[in-house]
Design a protein around this ligand. Structure first.
Ligand SMILES: C[S@@+](CC[C@H](N)C(=O)[O-])C[C@H]1O[C@@H](n2cnc3c(N)ncnc32)[C@H](O)[C@@H]1O
Length: 245
């Protein structure tokens, strides 16, 4: 067999593999989607915008965990705004916003990356960070990903940016700040302002991010409900506000 024939055969095999993958994904590719999502999509109860976002969002477990919480809050009529602490370019913010654009959405970030004082005692992956990480974003960039105008940007160092926010209760808060200080401050700020039945979701609860684990564990010791671990790629956890607490 000549080199040319070998290359030809290789190309045919690659094309064949793509074809099998394509046919396979038509029939079985959506198997990861929960039944309830599929049923609601068939009944046109899920917006086209959200269906599009779901198709592109890599961490399906994270996506559907957000979705189940948003649906639960809606169905149980739990009132309150949504918030995200740690927005960066707005990828997870866009997901939450598209899941319930009728909720007011509060977005907290420096939009200029970390501050040195928060990096000083970090270990693990966070110890490799500088103030330049996550600085390449802007509010305008995030706004382009939000479809309704029920949002409020709180730009600057958290928790200083909470000054002046009065009488706002939260149903769902997504925290994704990578470091101990803002995670601790976020839990202390948001939990008391959470509606009964509301939820805080903290991203990156894993040994690469020891600051986050410590902030969550310390805080969890002060509340009656256990933290609930999730199966998403970076191991989020949820903290619920029980009735009467
Ligand atoms: C991992 S990124 C967030 C990723 C984002 N959730 C997404 O979906 O792409 C972490 C963000 O937390 C922000 N952050 C960290 N500490 C902060 C603080 N003390 N105050 C405000 N923002 C902070 C950083 O500026 C950065 O944009």
């Amino acid at each position: 067999m000549s080199t040319f024939n070998i290359i030809q055969l290789g190309l045919i095999l690659i094309l064949f593999a793509f074809l099998i993958y394509y046919v396979w994904s038509i029939f079985f590719g959506k198997n990861y989607q929960p039944l309830i999502w599929k049923q609601k999509a068939k009944q046109n109860l899920i917006s086209k915008e959200l269906i599009k976002i779901e198709g592109k969002y890599k961490d399906k477990d994270r996506f559907f965990n957000f979705w189940f919480q948003v649906e639960r809050l809606r169905e149980s009529k739990i009132e309150g705004s949504f918030a995200e602490l740690g927005v960066y370019k707005g990828d997870s913010a866009a997901v939450l916003h598209a899941m319930d654009p009728s909720r007011e959405f509060h977005l907290f970030d420096t939009f200029e990356g970390f501050q040195q004082k928060d990096l000083e005692n970090e270990t693990g992956k966070a110890a490799t960070y500088t103030t330049h990480n996550f600085a390449d974003t802007s509010i305008d960039r995030v706004k382009q990903k939000l479809t309704s105008n029920k949002y409020y940007f709180h730009q600057g160092y958290f928790p200083e940016t909470t000054k002046g926010i009065n009488n706002v209760g939260f149903a769902l808060v997504n925290m994704d700040v990578d470091l101990y200080n803002p995670t601790k401050a976020g839990l202390e700020y948001f939990f008391p302002r959470l509606s009964e039945g509301g939820v805080i979701i903290v991203h990156d609860y894993n040994p690469d991010w020891l600051g986050i684990m410590k902030a969550v564990d310390d805080f969890a010791n002060t509340i009656p409900t256990p933290i609930v671990p999730l199966t998403d790629t970076d191991s989020s956890v949820m903290l619920f506000k029980p009735k009467g607490f």
